[in-house]
Design a protein around this ligand. Sequence first.
Ligand code: SAM
Length: 336
Amino acid sequence: MTSLAPTTAGLALAYTTREQLHAQAGTVRDQVFGPKVFVRGVVEVSNFCRENCHYCGMRRDNRSLHRYRLSLDSLRTLIQEGLPSMITDLNIQTGEDPVGVREVVLPFIEFLRKETNLGISVCLGTLDTKIYDELKQAGASYYIIKMETGNREHYAEINAPGNFDERLEAIHYLARTGWAVSSGFILGLPGQTESRIEDSLELLGDLPLAGASVSPFIPGEQTPFSDSPAGDLEKTLDCVARLRLRNPSYIIPAVSAMNIVGHDGYVRALKAGANLATINLTPSANRSDYVLYKRDRFIMHEDRVKRAVEAADCTISPQSIAQTWTAFQGGQAMTA
Ligand code: SAM
């Protein structure tokens, strides 16, 4: 069988097959975190977006999309009605919508900080540094901002937000100002080559991150890439495993799109070293308008997450990502 050993310098690992690579990554995750999976909720607060990424269904040129912004009241009600007890963190996600951030996300974070113990993550795009500061001041601590590709030319070709250097600078600014930062790349994007995959893994390993993701590309309806093939599940899982081996302490999500591109992708990602699962909390009336790719999404609910974690021989972490990150900063081991 062909060797899957990475070309990344300095990484001498003892696997020769895909199965060994994935199993070894699972073992490394267990050594750092125990066989534990964090469970967060995600609420997709707004699908307005000022960007025009070639891969994303929420791009501003998609005029067929009904645009929504949830109200603060509806978000408060969502929390007050009670979340599944396994959720320790909440991720607030939007298109790149600075108005929504100011009018809804900021006051919602203040509400969450006052009323709950949830760790608060945000995925809101590239914004002014002043807004990052205000979000942090309000109580968020984990910022998800994906590079999408680790290659500068490729970044321009896919029309990702702003430009490569701005996105990098945003990550450095966030890390410098005390955020735990997570980034990521999309596996199988049109124009991606093996060497661009290596660039992506290398960049994600070198940035000052607390976590990173590898998501398979899903061709989005009403996008310039709608006729391109989806990302390959096996390659996606190899990259998840390599990310874990290179960066043992990263928070690495299993993403629902893995179940779209192959059987059992979500569970297999957890077995290959991922340690984060996400329950979708977006009101069902809005879910189909938050289209990264197709209206037809694979939605992870409480029961599916529970079954996936069990099938991967893991347990649900009682500790939040936010608490874990703080403990890491203080030098405490997580497996105790
Ligand atoms: N607008 C914010 C930003 O750019 O960071 C956050 C929301 S954005 C819609 C969330 C993520 O969806 C992107 O970072 C990208 O990785 C992912 N995404 C968008 N289109 C995708 C596609 N066709 N296949 C896989 N992932 C996709």
